[in-house]
Design a protein around this ligand. Structure first.
Ligand SMILES: NC(=O)c1ccc[n+]([C@@H]2O[C@H](COP(=O)([O-])OP(=O)(O)OC[C@H]3O[C@@H](n4cnc5c(N)ncnc54)[C@H](O)[C@@H]3O)[C@@H](O)[C@H]2O)c1
Ligand SMILES: [Zn+2]
Length: 395
Protein backbone atom coordinates (compact mmCIF):
# COMPACT_ATOMS: atom_id res chain seq x y z
CA UNK A 1 0.00 0.00 0.00
CA UNK A 2 1.45 3.34 -1.02
CA UNK A 3 1.56 6.43 1.19
CA UNK A 4 2.34 9.49 -0.86
CA UNK A 5 2.44 13.18 -0.06
CA UNK A 6 2.21 15.87 -2.70
CA UNK A 7 3.37 19.36 -2.01
CA UNK A 8 0.99 22.00 -3.37
CA UNK A 9 2.50 25.45 -3.59
CA UNK A 10 0.41 28.45 -4.46
CA UNK A 11 1.80 31.90 -4.95
CA UNK A 12 -0.20 35.05 -4.40
CA UNK A 13 0.49 38.64 -5.22
CA UNK A 14 -0.67 40.88 -2.36
CA UNK A 15 -1.22 44.17 -4.14
CA UNK A 16 -1.45 47.19 -1.83
CA UNK A 17 -2.01 50.64 -3.28
CA UNK A 18 -2.31 54.10 -1.73
CA UNK A 19 -4.11 56.81 -3.59
CA UNK A 20 -6.58 59.67 -3.26
CA UNK A 21 -9.96 59.90 -5.01
CA UNK A 22 -9.59 56.58 -6.77
CA UNK A 23 -12.70 57.02 -8.95
CA UNK A 24 -11.93 60.61 -9.96
CA UNK A 25 -11.58 61.38 -13.62
CA UNK A 26 -7.91 61.19 -14.45
CA UNK A 27 -6.99 58.68 -11.71
CA UNK A 28 -6.01 55.61 -13.77
CA UNK A 29 -4.53 53.55 -10.96
CA UNK A 30 -7.44 51.06 -10.93
CA UNK A 31 -7.40 50.62 -14.69
CA UNK A 32 -3.72 49.64 -14.43
CA UNK A 33 -4.34 47.36 -11.46
CA UNK A 34 -7.04 45.09 -12.87
CA UNK A 35 -6.42 42.34 -15.38
CA UNK A 36 -9.41 42.42 -17.70
CA UNK A 37 -8.78 40.23 -20.74
CA UNK A 38 -10.83 42.90 -22.42
CA UNK A 39 -14.15 42.23 -20.68
CA UNK A 40 -14.09 41.88 -16.89
CA UNK A 41 -17.35 42.27 -15.01
CA UNK A 42 -17.37 44.24 -11.78
CA UNK A 43 -19.90 44.16 -8.97
CA UNK A 44 -19.55 47.01 -6.50
CA UNK A 45 -20.71 46.87 -2.88
CA UNK A 46 -20.75 50.26 -1.22
CA UNK A 47 -21.39 50.78 2.47
CA UNK A 48 -24.42 52.98 3.13
CA UNK A 49 -22.60 55.28 5.59
CA UNK A 50 -19.89 55.95 3.00
CA UNK A 51 -22.44 56.57 0.26
CA UNK A 52 -24.08 59.13 2.57
CA UNK A 53 -20.78 60.92 3.22
CA UNK A 54 -19.87 60.94 -0.47
CA UNK A 55 -23.15 61.58 -2.33
CA UNK A 56 -21.31 61.91 -5.67
CA UNK A 57 -19.50 58.62 -5.31
CA UNK A 58 -22.05 56.36 -6.94
CA UNK A 59 -22.30 58.49 -10.06
CA UNK A 60 -18.50 58.90 -10.09
CA UNK A 61 -18.16 55.11 -10.10
CA UNK A 62 -20.57 54.85 -13.04
CA UNK A 63 -18.64 57.53 -14.95
CA UNK A 64 -15.32 55.85 -14.17
CA UNK A 65 -16.46 52.59 -15.72
CA UNK A 66 -17.99 54.32 -18.72
CA UNK A 67 -14.59 55.83 -19.47
CA UNK A 68 -12.63 52.63 -18.85
CA UNK A 69 -12.69 50.13 -21.69
CA UNK A 70 -12.53 46.47 -20.72
CA UNK A 71 -14.38 46.89 -17.44
CA UNK A 72 -18.09 46.31 -17.29
CA UNK A 73 -19.90 47.65 -14.22
CA UNK A 74 -22.81 45.31 -13.50
CA UNK A 75 -24.33 46.90 -10.42
CA UNK A 76 -23.62 49.13 -7.43
CA UNK A 77 -25.22 47.62 -4.34
CA UNK A 78 -25.53 50.00 -1.40
CA UNK A 79 -25.86 48.08 1.88
CA UNK A 80 -25.55 48.74 5.60
CA UNK A 81 -22.23 48.17 7.36
CA UNK A 82 -20.84 48.42 10.91
CA UNK A 83 -20.72 45.50 13.32
CA UNK A 84 -24.45 44.83 12.83
CA UNK A 85 -23.82 43.57 9.28
CA UNK A 86 -21.57 40.84 10.66
CA UNK A 87 -24.37 39.55 12.88
CA UNK A 88 -27.24 39.76 10.43
CA UNK A 89 -26.79 37.57 7.36
CA UNK A 90 -28.81 39.81 5.01
CA UNK A 91 -25.76 41.60 3.60
CA UNK A 92 -23.93 38.31 3.07
CA UNK A 93 -26.91 36.93 1.16
CA UNK A 94 -27.05 40.08 -0.96
CA UNK A 95 -23.53 39.26 -2.21
CA UNK A 96 -24.48 35.72 -3.19
CA UNK A 97 -27.73 36.94 -4.80
CA UNK A 98 -26.01 39.61 -6.89
CA UNK A 99 -23.18 37.26 -7.95
CA UNK A 100 -25.76 34.74 -9.07
CA UNK A 101 -28.07 37.20 -10.83
CA UNK A 102 -25.27 39.10 -12.61
CA UNK A 103 -23.49 35.88 -13.60
CA UNK A 104 -20.28 37.02 -11.97
CA UNK A 105 -17.50 34.47 -12.53
CA UNK A 106 -14.03 33.90 -11.15
CA UNK A 107 -12.47 36.22 -13.71
CA UNK A 108 -14.78 39.02 -12.57
CA UNK A 109 -14.27 41.32 -9.61
CA UNK A 110 -16.18 42.19 -6.48
CA UNK A 111 -15.33 45.61 -5.10
CA UNK A 112 -16.03 46.24 -1.41
CA UNK A 113 -16.01 49.87 -0.30
CA UNK A 114 -16.53 50.36 3.41
CA UNK A 115 -15.32 49.94 6.97
CA UNK A 116 -13.68 46.81 8.37
CA UNK A 117 -16.97 45.12 9.27
CA UNK A 118 -18.41 45.66 5.80
CA UNK A 119 -15.21 44.40 4.12
CA UNK A 120 -15.29 41.28 6.29
CA UNK A 121 -18.83 40.39 5.17
CA UNK A 122 -18.45 41.23 1.48
CA UNK A 123 -15.09 39.46 1.51
CA UNK A 124 -16.64 36.32 2.96
CA UNK A 125 -19.43 36.43 0.36
CA UNK A 126 -16.91 36.86 -2.45
CA UNK A 127 -14.63 34.12 -1.11
CA UNK A 128 -17.46 31.59 -0.95
CA UNK A 129 -19.42 32.37 -4.14
CA UNK A 130 -18.08 30.11 -6.89
CA UNK A 131 -15.40 29.15 -4.34
CA UNK A 132 -13.78 32.54 -4.67
CA UNK A 133 -14.21 35.64 -6.78
CA UNK A 134 -11.46 38.24 -7.05
CA UNK A 135 -11.99 40.83 -4.34
CA UNK A 136 -10.74 44.39 -4.37
CA UNK A 137 -11.03 46.03 -0.97
CA UNK A 138 -11.40 49.77 -0.55
CA UNK A 139 -11.20 50.29 3.22
CA UNK A 140 -12.78 53.54 4.39
CA UNK A 141 -11.87 53.74 8.08
CA UNK A 142 -8.55 54.30 9.80
CA UNK A 143 -8.67 50.81 11.30
CA UNK A 144 -9.50 49.06 8.08
CA UNK A 145 -6.83 51.00 6.15
CA UNK A 146 -4.08 50.55 8.73
CA UNK A 147 -4.88 46.93 9.62
CA UNK A 148 -7.78 44.69 8.63
CA UNK A 149 -8.13 45.81 5.01
CA UNK A 150 -4.61 44.70 4.14
CA UNK A 151 -5.11 41.38 5.90
CA UNK A 152 -6.11 38.09 4.34
CA UNK A 153 -9.08 37.25 6.55
CA UNK A 154 -12.79 37.80 6.29
CA UNK A 155 -15.72 36.63 8.36
CA UNK A 156 -18.99 37.10 10.10
CA UNK A 157 -19.99 36.55 13.73
CA UNK A 158 -21.84 33.38 14.76
CA UNK A 159 -22.85 31.78 18.05
CA UNK A 160 -22.27 35.19 19.65
CA UNK A 161 -18.57 34.93 18.78
CA UNK A 162 -16.56 37.23 16.56
CA UNK A 163 -15.50 35.99 13.15
CA UNK A 164 -16.61 32.43 13.86
CA UNK A 165 -17.45 31.91 10.19
CA UNK A 166 -14.97 33.04 7.61
CA UNK A 167 -12.02 32.21 5.42
CA UNK A 168 -8.43 33.07 4.74
CA UNK A 169 -8.31 34.52 1.26
CA UNK A 170 -5.75 36.87 -0.23
CA UNK A 171 -7.69 39.72 -1.86
CA UNK A 172 -6.84 40.54 -5.45
CA UNK A 173 -5.87 44.01 -4.27
CA UNK A 174 -6.32 46.54 -1.50
CA UNK A 175 -6.76 50.18 -2.42
CA UNK A 176 -6.28 52.59 0.46
CA UNK A 177 -7.89 55.81 -0.71
CA UNK A 178 -6.98 58.53 1.80
CA UNK A 179 -9.95 60.67 0.78
CA UNK A 180 -12.21 58.26 2.67
CA UNK A 181 -10.35 58.76 5.96
CA UNK A 182 -11.39 62.33 6.50
CA UNK A 183 -15.16 61.88 6.59
CA UNK A 184 -15.19 59.53 9.57
CA UNK A 185 -16.39 60.88 12.90
CA UNK A 186 -13.32 62.18 14.77
CA UNK A 187 -13.44 59.46 17.45
CA UNK A 188 -13.48 56.58 14.97
CA UNK A 189 -10.81 58.27 12.84
CA UNK A 190 -8.47 58.52 15.84
CA UNK A 191 -9.33 55.21 17.54
CA UNK A 192 -8.24 53.20 14.50
CA UNK A 193 -4.68 54.32 15.18
CA UNK A 194 -4.61 51.75 17.96
CA UNK A 195 -3.67 49.10 15.40
CA UNK A 196 -0.73 51.25 14.28
CA UNK A 197 0.39 51.43 17.92
CA UNK A 198 -0.04 47.65 18.15
CA UNK A 199 1.97 46.78 15.04
CA UNK A 200 4.70 49.22 16.07
CA UNK A 201 4.91 47.51 19.47
CA UNK A 202 5.31 44.05 18.02
CA UNK A 203 7.43 44.85 14.95
CA UNK A 204 8.98 48.29 14.75
CA UNK A 205 10.35 50.30 17.67
CA UNK A 206 11.34 53.20 15.40
CA UNK A 207 7.74 53.53 14.20
CA UNK A 208 6.60 53.55 17.85
CA UNK A 209 8.99 56.47 18.49
CA UNK A 210 7.58 58.25 15.45
CA UNK A 211 4.07 57.75 16.86
CA UNK A 212 5.23 59.17 20.20
CA UNK A 213 6.82 62.19 18.49
CA UNK A 214 3.69 62.80 16.42
CA UNK A 215 1.08 62.02 19.07
CA UNK A 216 0.03 65.68 19.26
CA UNK A 217 -0.57 65.94 15.51
CA UNK A 218 -2.31 62.56 15.44
CA UNK A 219 -4.60 63.55 18.30
CA UNK A 220 -5.59 66.63 16.28
CA UNK A 221 -6.08 64.35 13.26
CA UNK A 222 -3.72 66.39 11.09
CA UNK A 223 -4.16 64.73 7.68
CA UNK A 224 -0.48 64.30 6.78
CA UNK A 225 0.31 62.66 10.14
CA UNK A 226 -2.77 60.44 10.02
CA UNK A 227 -2.02 59.34 6.47
CA UNK A 228 1.64 58.59 7.23
CA UNK A 229 0.65 56.54 10.29
CA UNK A 230 -1.93 54.62 8.26
CA UNK A 231 0.47 53.92 5.41
CA UNK A 232 3.35 52.77 7.65
CA UNK A 233 1.02 50.58 9.68
CA UNK A 234 -0.58 49.03 6.59
CA UNK A 235 2.83 48.20 5.12
CA UNK A 236 4.02 46.65 8.42
CA UNK A 237 0.88 44.50 8.56
CA UNK A 238 1.32 43.42 4.94
CA UNK A 239 5.02 42.66 5.50
CA UNK A 240 4.17 40.50 8.44
CA UNK A 241 1.62 38.58 6.39
CA UNK A 242 3.96 38.18 3.41
CA UNK A 243 7.21 37.45 5.26
CA UNK A 244 6.11 36.27 8.72
CA UNK A 245 5.97 32.66 7.58
CA UNK A 246 2.37 31.93 8.54
CA UNK A 247 -0.06 34.02 6.47
CA UNK A 248 -3.00 31.69 7.11
CA UNK A 249 -2.28 31.33 10.82
CA UNK A 250 -1.77 27.59 10.74
CA UNK A 251 0.48 27.69 13.79
CA UNK A 252 -0.57 28.90 17.21
CA UNK A 253 1.16 32.26 17.22
CA UNK A 254 -0.70 35.42 16.25
CA UNK A 255 1.63 38.37 16.78
CA UNK A 256 -0.69 40.81 15.03
CA UNK A 257 -3.29 39.95 17.66
CA UNK A 258 -1.32 41.48 20.52
CA UNK A 259 -3.82 42.60 23.16
CA UNK A 260 -6.67 40.93 21.28
CA UNK A 261 -7.57 38.00 23.57
CA UNK A 262 -9.05 40.41 26.10
CA UNK A 263 -10.29 42.76 23.38
CA UNK A 264 -12.44 40.20 21.60
CA UNK A 265 -13.94 39.09 24.91
CA UNK A 266 -14.64 42.68 25.98
CA UNK A 267 -16.41 43.41 22.69
CA UNK A 268 -18.60 40.38 23.31
CA UNK A 269 -19.20 41.15 27.01
CA UNK A 270 -20.35 44.66 26.15
CA UNK A 271 -22.66 43.45 23.38
CA UNK A 272 -20.27 45.21 20.95
CA UNK A 273 -21.00 48.58 22.57
CA UNK A 274 -17.24 48.84 22.98
CA UNK A 275 -15.73 49.14 19.50
CA UNK A 276 -12.97 46.83 18.30
CA UNK A 277 -10.45 49.68 18.41
CA UNK A 278 -11.34 50.74 21.95
CA UNK A 279 -11.35 47.15 23.16
CA UNK A 280 -7.91 46.62 21.60
CA UNK A 281 -6.62 49.67 23.44
CA UNK A 282 -7.74 48.19 26.77
CA UNK A 283 -6.29 44.81 25.76
CA UNK A 284 -2.93 46.38 24.86
CA UNK A 285 -2.86 48.24 28.18
CA UNK A 286 -3.53 44.99 30.06
CA UNK A 287 -0.95 42.87 28.22
CA UNK A 288 1.65 45.63 28.45
CA UNK A 289 1.28 45.91 32.21
CA UNK A 290 1.30 42.14 32.46
CA UNK A 291 4.49 42.04 30.32
CA UNK A 292 6.09 44.42 32.81
CA UNK A 293 4.81 42.55 35.88
CA UNK A 294 6.17 39.26 34.55
CA UNK A 295 9.62 40.82 34.20
CA UNK A 296 9.73 41.01 30.42
CA UNK A 297 9.15 44.68 29.72
CA UNK A 298 10.83 47.63 31.45
CA UNK A 299 8.50 49.67 33.65
CA UNK A 300 9.37 52.81 31.66
CA UNK A 301 8.32 51.13 28.41
CA UNK A 302 4.99 49.99 29.90
CA UNK A 303 4.44 53.61 30.93
CA UNK A 304 5.30 54.87 27.43
CA UNK A 305 2.64 52.54 26.00
CA UNK A 306 -0.08 53.69 28.38
CA UNK A 307 0.96 57.29 27.79
CA UNK A 308 0.58 57.15 24.01
CA UNK A 309 -2.79 55.39 24.24
CA UNK A 310 -3.90 58.08 26.64
CA UNK A 311 -2.55 60.86 24.39
CA UNK A 312 -4.60 59.44 21.52
CA UNK A 313 -7.68 59.54 23.77
CA UNK A 314 -7.92 55.76 23.71
CA UNK A 315 -9.32 54.00 26.79
CA UNK A 316 -6.94 52.35 29.27
CA UNK A 317 -9.64 50.56 31.22
CA UNK A 318 -13.23 49.38 30.87
CA UNK A 319 -15.59 48.15 33.59
CA UNK A 320 -16.28 45.05 31.46
CA UNK A 321 -12.93 43.80 32.76
CA UNK A 322 -14.46 43.37 36.20
CA UNK A 323 -17.61 41.45 35.26
CA UNK A 324 -17.70 38.40 37.51
CA UNK A 325 -19.16 35.02 36.65
CA UNK A 326 -21.17 32.95 39.13
CA UNK A 327 -18.04 31.09 40.17
CA UNK A 328 -16.38 34.39 41.11
CA UNK A 329 -13.88 34.36 38.24
CA UNK A 330 -13.66 37.30 35.90
CA UNK A 331 -15.57 36.70 32.67
CA UNK A 332 -12.83 38.32 30.59
CA UNK A 333 -10.51 35.41 31.38
CA UNK A 334 -12.73 33.14 29.26
CA UNK A 335 -11.25 35.16 26.40
CA UNK A 336 -8.01 33.20 26.82
CA UNK A 337 -9.67 29.87 26.09
CA UNK A 338 -11.72 31.35 23.24
CA UNK A 339 -8.53 32.83 21.77
CA UNK A 340 -6.87 29.41 21.97
CA UNK A 341 -9.90 27.65 20.55
CA UNK A 342 -10.11 30.01 17.58
CA UNK A 343 -6.68 28.87 16.42
CA UNK A 344 -6.52 25.41 17.93
CA UNK A 345 -3.42 23.96 19.55
CA UNK A 346 -1.68 25.37 22.56
CA UNK A 347 -2.61 28.72 24.09
CA UNK A 348 -0.18 31.24 22.63
CA UNK A 349 -0.29 34.88 23.65
CA UNK A 350 2.22 37.43 22.51
CA UNK A 351 3.72 39.59 25.24
CA UNK A 352 6.35 42.31 24.95
CA UNK A 353 10.06 42.03 25.75
CA UNK A 354 10.63 45.53 24.52
CA UNK A 355 9.07 48.17 22.32
CA UNK A 356 9.10 46.54 18.88
CA UNK A 357 9.83 43.05 20.18
CA UNK A 358 7.40 40.33 21.18
CA UNK A 359 7.64 36.97 22.89
CA UNK A 360 5.13 34.11 22.75
CA UNK A 361 3.98 32.68 26.07
CA UNK A 362 1.74 29.68 26.70
CA UNK A 363 0.44 30.47 30.15
CA UNK A 364 -1.25 33.51 31.64
CA UNK A 365 -1.50 33.85 35.43
CA UNK A 366 -5.06 35.01 36.07
CA UNK A 367 -4.25 36.10 39.65
CA UNK A 368 -1.58 38.43 38.34
CA UNK A 369 -3.85 39.57 35.52
CA UNK A 370 -6.45 40.53 38.12
CA UNK A 371 -3.83 42.58 39.92
CA UNK A 372 -2.91 44.28 36.61
CA UNK A 373 -6.57 45.15 36.03
CA UNK A 374 -6.66 46.85 39.45
CA UNK A 375 -3.58 48.86 38.53
CA UNK A 376 -5.06 49.80 35.14
CA UNK A 377 -8.19 51.06 36.84
CA UNK A 378 -6.23 53.20 39.30
CA UNK A 379 -4.03 54.51 36.48
CA UNK A 380 -6.98 55.33 34.22
CA UNK A 381 -8.78 57.17 37.05
CA UNK A 382 -5.72 59.27 37.80
CA UNK A 383 -5.29 62.15 35.35
CA UNK A 384 -2.00 63.64 36.63
CA UNK A 385 1.05 62.20 34.84
CA UNK A 386 3.24 62.46 37.95
CA UNK A 387 0.71 60.62 40.12
CA UNK A 388 0.33 58.01 37.39
CA UNK A 389 4.10 57.51 37.41
CA UNK A 390 3.96 57.25 41.20
CA UNK A 391 1.40 54.45 40.92
CA UNK A 392 3.77 52.47 38.73
CA UNK A 393 6.74 53.13 41.02
CA UNK A 394 4.98 51.92 44.13
CA UNK A 395 3.20 48.90 42.67
N1 LIG B 1 -10.48 40.59 8.82
C1 LIG B 1 -9.57 40.96 9.69
O1 LIG B 1 -8.42 40.53 9.64
C2 LIG B 1 -9.91 41.94 10.76
C3 LIG B 1 -8.89 42.46 11.55
C4 LIG B 1 -9.20 43.44 12.50
C5 LIG B 1 -10.53 43.85 12.63
N2 LIG B 1 -11.48 43.30 11.84
C6 LIG B 1 -12.90 43.69 11.96
O2 LIG B 1 -13.09 45.00 11.47
C7 LIG B 1 -14.24 45.55 12.12
C8 LIG B 1 -13.98 46.93 12.59
O3 LIG B 1 -13.70 47.74 11.50
P1 LIG B 1 -13.81 49.33 11.59
O4 LIG B 1 -13.06 49.80 12.76
O5 LIG B 1 -13.46 49.82 10.26
O6 LIG B 1 -15.31 49.57 12.00
P2 LIG B 1 -16.70 49.57 11.18
O7 LIG B 1 -16.59 48.85 9.91
O8 LIG B 1 -17.72 49.12 12.15
O9 LIG B 1 -16.89 51.12 10.86
C9 LIG B 1 -17.03 52.05 11.90
C10 LIG B 1 -18.19 53.02 11.60
O10 LIG B 1 -17.75 53.97 10.61
C11 LIG B 1 -18.71 54.01 9.53
N3 LIG B 1 -17.90 54.38 8.38
C12 LIG B 1 -17.09 53.58 7.63
N4 LIG B 1 -16.37 54.32 6.76
C13 LIG B 1 -16.74 55.62 6.95
C14 LIG B 1 -16.33 56.85 6.34
N5 LIG B 1 -15.37 56.90 5.41
N6 LIG B 1 -16.93 57.99 6.77
C15 LIG B 1 -17.87 57.95 7.75
N7 LIG B 1 -18.27 56.82 8.37
C16 LIG B 1 -17.71 55.66 7.97
C17 LIG B 1 -19.35 52.65 9.56
O11 LIG B 1 -20.63 52.69 9.02
C18 LIG B 1 -19.41 52.36 11.06
O12 LIG B 1 -20.53 52.96 11.64
C19 LIG B 1 -14.57 44.59 13.25
O13 LIG B 1 -15.66 43.79 12.88
C20 LIG B 1 -13.32 43.74 13.38
O14 LIG B 1 -13.59 42.46 13.87
C21 LIG B 1 -11.20 42.35 10.91
ZN1 LIG C 1 -7.61 44.31 15.69
Amino acid sequence: MEERNFKITLEYEHRIRFTRDVFAEGNRMLARLLQTNGHAKVLVFLEQAVAAEFPQLESQIHEYFESTPGLQLKRVVVAPGAEECKRDEAVLHSVWDAVNEEKIDRHSYVFAIGGGAFLDVIGFGAATAHRGIRLVRFPTTTLSQDDSGVGVKNGINAFGKKNWLGSFTVPYAVVNDFAFLHSQPAGIRRDGLVEAVKVALVRDGAFFEWLEDNAGLLKKLKPHALEEAVERSAILHAEHIAFGGDPYELGSSRPLDFGHWAAHKLEQLTGFALSHAQAVSVGIALDSIYSWKTGRLQREDAQRILKILSELDLPLYHEGLEIEKEDGNLAVFDGLEEFREHLGGELTVLLLKGVGEGEDVHFMDTCLLKHCIGLMKAYANEKSESLRAQLFLTD
